[in-house]
Design a protein around this ligand. Structure first.
Ligand SMILES: *Cc1c(COP(=O)(O)O)cnc(C)c1O
Length: 346
C-alpha cells in the first residue's frame, strides 16, 4: 500500500481548545471550524470539541453551517461569518444558523427574508475585509440593536504580532463602536486571545491554535503525516534526481522515493529546504517535489524505514510553511484527500 497516513490527534486538539479557553479568562471560547475544520475533517473535529464543552461554532459560509448542523445536531450555536447572502434564507432557517450580518443590505435581506430569526453583527474595526464601517453602523445601530442581535464581533488584522500598533487601534475602534451596548461582544481569534484580557470581551473565536498552529506557541501537535517509501536506489556523483535535474549528487547517495507530492498539499515551493524524519534522523528532500513523488536522501540511515515522517513531533505545519514562504493555515487547509486518515480518540 502506497498511501500516506495522516493521523489527527483529537485528544491534542481538545487539549489545545481547553488551553485557549482557559487563556480566554472569563470569556466563553467558541471554536472556528470553517474550511472543513482547517482541512482536518469537521465531521470528527466538531463533535470532539462539542464533547469538550464548545457551545458556539463559527464557519465561513452558510453551506458549511448546514453541513455542520447535520454533524452536531440541535443545540450548539453555529455562526456564519459571511452573513446572510442572497439565496441563504432556507439554509439559515433549516439549519438554525446565526448569520453575522456584514452590511445594511444584509440586514434588510435578513429582516425581510427571516423576520425574528437570530442574527449577529460584524463590524469593521480597521481590517477592511468584512463587517459594517463606522458610518454604516451609526446609521443602522439603533434599528439593529432593537432586533436583539445575539453577538457583535470584529476581527484583528495583526494579532499574530503582539507589538503591532494595529492591535490597540482596532481595540479602541471596536470599543468606540460597541461600548455601552447590551450584547455579547467578540474580537479575538487565537492571536487576540494571547494578547490578554483587554481583547477577550465575552466570546473568543480560536481556530488555528486548536489545530496546533502558531501563534499558539504552546500548542500540542495535532497532525502527524507519514509517507511510504516506494523504492530506493544508489546514485553516483554527477547523477541527478527528479524533474529539471535541479539536484546533482556530489557523492554516492542513497535516494528513497516516497509516495506523496504537491497533489497531496506538500507544497512544491518548499523545495530544497524541506526534510523528513526517520526516527531521530533527518533526511533532506532531493530535487523537485513532483505531483505524487518526492526523492529523499537516506544515505545516513542504517536501515531504510517503511515510512518517513513529514509532520509530527519534529516539525510542525509552521515549519513546512516557513520552507514555502507560507503560513501554517495554508499547509493545514492544503492537506490532500488521498491520505488515509486516522483519528486518535479525544
Ligand atoms: C478564521 C477566523 C477566526 C479564527 O482565526 P485563527 O487565527 O485561526 O484563530 C476567527 N474569526 C474570524 C472572523 C476568522 O475569519
Amino acid at each position: 500500500m502506497a498511501q500516506a497516513e495522516l493521523t489527527i490527534d483529537l485528544a491534542a486538539l481538545c487539549a489545545n481548545w481547553r488551553a485557549l479557553r482557559d487563556a480566554s479568562g472569563r470569556a466563553e471560547a467558541g471554536a472556528v471550524v470553517k474550511a472543513n475544520a482547517y482541512g482536518l475533517g469537521a465531521d470528527r473535529v466538531a463533535p470532539a470539541l462539542a464533547d469538550a464543552g464548545a457551545r458556539r461554532f463559527f464557519v465561513a459560509v452558510a453551506e458549511e453551517g448546514a453541513a455542520l448542523r447535520r454533524i452536531l445536531g440541535p443545540g450548539p450555536e453555529i455562526c456564519v461569518f459571511s452573513g446572510h447572502m442572497d439565496g441563504d434564507a432556507d439554509m439559515i432557517r433549516a439549519g438554525n444558523l446565526v448569520p453575522m450580518i456584514n452590511s445594511i443590505d444584509q440586514m434588510l435581506r435578513h429582516v425581510e427574508g427571516l423576520p425574528g430569526h437570530p442574527f449577529g453583527l460584524q463590524l469593521d474595526s480597521g481590517m477592511n475585509r468584512l463587517g459594517m464601517e463606522d458610518s454604516e453602523w451609526r446609521a443602522l445601530r439603533d434599528i439593529a440593536l432593537a432586533q436583539n442581535p445575539v453577538l457583535v464581533m470584529s476581527h484583528l488584522a495583526c494579532a499574530d504580532e503582539p507589538d503591532h500598533p494595529m492591535n490597540r487601534q482596532q481595540l479602541h475602534a471596536f470599543r468606540a463602536m460597541t461600548d455601552g451596548i447590551d450584547v455579547p461582544r467578540s474580537l479575538s481569534a487565537t492571536g487576540g486571545i494571547l494578547l490578554g484580557e483587554d481583547y477577550h470581551f465575552d466570546v473568543t473565536r480560536p481556530g488555528v491554535g486548536m489545530y496546533g498552529g502558531l501563534p499558539f506557541v504552546e500548542a500540542r501537535p495535532v497532525v502527524q503525516l507519514t509517507i511510504p517509501v516506494i523504492q530506493t536506489r544508489e546514485v553516483q556523483p554527477g547523477e541527478t534526481v527528479g524533474y529539471g535535474n535541479s539536484w546533482t549528487a556530489d557523492r554516492p547517495t542513497r535516494v528513497a522515493t516516497i509516495a506523496g507530492g504537491y497533489a497531496d498539499g506538500i507544497l512544491r515551493a518548499m523545495g530544497p529546504e524541506a526534510s523528513l524524519w526517520a526516527g531521530e534522523d533527518k533526511c533532506k528532500v532531493l530535487g523537485r517535489i513532483s505531483m505524487d513523488l518526492i526523492g529523499v536522501d537516506v544515505t545516513g540511515l542504517k536501515d531504510i524505514p517503511d515510512r518517513l515522517e513529514l509532520l509530527g513531533q519534529h516539525q510542525s505545519v509552521d515549519t513546512l510553511a516557513d520552507w514555502a514562504g507560507s503560513i501554517g493555515y495554508e499547509i493545514l487547509t492544503s492537506l490532500g484527500l488521498r491520505y488515509h486518515r486516522t483519528y486518535l480518540p479525544a
